[in-house]
Design a protein around this ligand. Structure first.
Ligand SMILES: [Zn+2]
Length: 255
């Protein structure tokens, strides 16, 4: 499988690299970061997938785009063989575990639905950022008075907001969340028949991502995913959420 690097993430990488260069080595050494890992797999099909991800350290490149967060300790983000098609945050390690079984399931179901690699990566990033959102909320003790799943989704929305700030970029993660909802995949409870991204969560995420950049996401209204009156309210809601998020996250940013 060919794994492309989305262009907007390449742009973020440049900014993140410049930010990193500004740090003194002593300070950088004391700070936690997202650490990519590719533990050994047993199944040959997953070994091939692992090679696809590891050969150019795709995971590491992605994580570098999120290096602005000053984490209290390292958080591993690994591609692993898990035995179930899931993606999990493991607070005791701490680690985010993204399973090859889920990668395979997403690829199969998306292809069966007429999609391709682009749709796969949209969903994969949404899953990955949601799991990282759990880790971030937990490790930084973010004072969010929201259900845990909604709080973790705020990280997806925030990364989308950052990407949308680039004039040339188009959104992808909301499309990924919609695909996850439509496929009914429950990556945190793989044996459940309920979708992970249920309708209520998707509606909240849609509202926020639309509200952050309405001009870029006008398709949300034209496709009937938000009513026009709800969409107007989302702009105010998103502005308030962005202010709260920025205030909360500011003390945890490098530089
Ligand atoms: Zn979750």
């Amino acid at each position: 499988m060919n794994i492309p690097m989305p262009r907007r993430l390449t742009l973020l990488t440049t900014a993140a690299t410049l930010a990193l260069l500004a740090l003194s080595p002593a300070r950088a050494a004391a700070q936690g970061r997202w650490v990519p890992a590719y533990p050994t797999v047993r199944t040959p099909a997953y070994a091939a997938l692992q090679e696809s991800f590891r050969s150019r350290d795709r995971l590491g490149s992605l994580l570098e785009t999120m290096s602005e967060f000053n984490l209290p300790r390292n958080i591993t983000v690994e591609m692993a063989e898990c035995g179930v098609p899931g993606a999990f945050y493991q607070p005791d390690r701490p680690a985010v575990r993204l399973c090859y079984e889920l990668v395979t399931k997403l690829l199969e179901e998306i292809r069966a639905d007429g999609g391709g690699d682009e749709e796969f990566f949209e969903t994969f990033f949404a899953v990955m950022l949601h799991a990282m959102g759990h880790a971030l909320v937990d490790e930084l003790n973010l004072p969010l008075s929201l259900p845990a799943e909604e709080a973790a989704d705020l990280f997806i929305a925030d990364l989308e907001r950052e990407a949308d700030a680039e004039p040339e970029e188009t959104s992808t993660m909301l499309r990924g969340a919609i695909t996850l909802h439509e496929l009914g995949i429950n990556w945190e409870h793989p044996r459940s028949t309920e979708p992970g991204m249920d309708a209520a969560r998707l509606q909240k995420l849609t509202c926020l991502i639309y509200g952050y950049a309405p001009a870029k996401h006008d398709w949300v209204v034209s496709e009937g995913r938000l009513s026009e009156s709800r969409a107007r309210a989302c702009i105010t809601e998103a502005r308030n959420t962005a202010q709260r998020w920025d205030r909360m996250i500011q003390p945890h940013l490098r530089g």
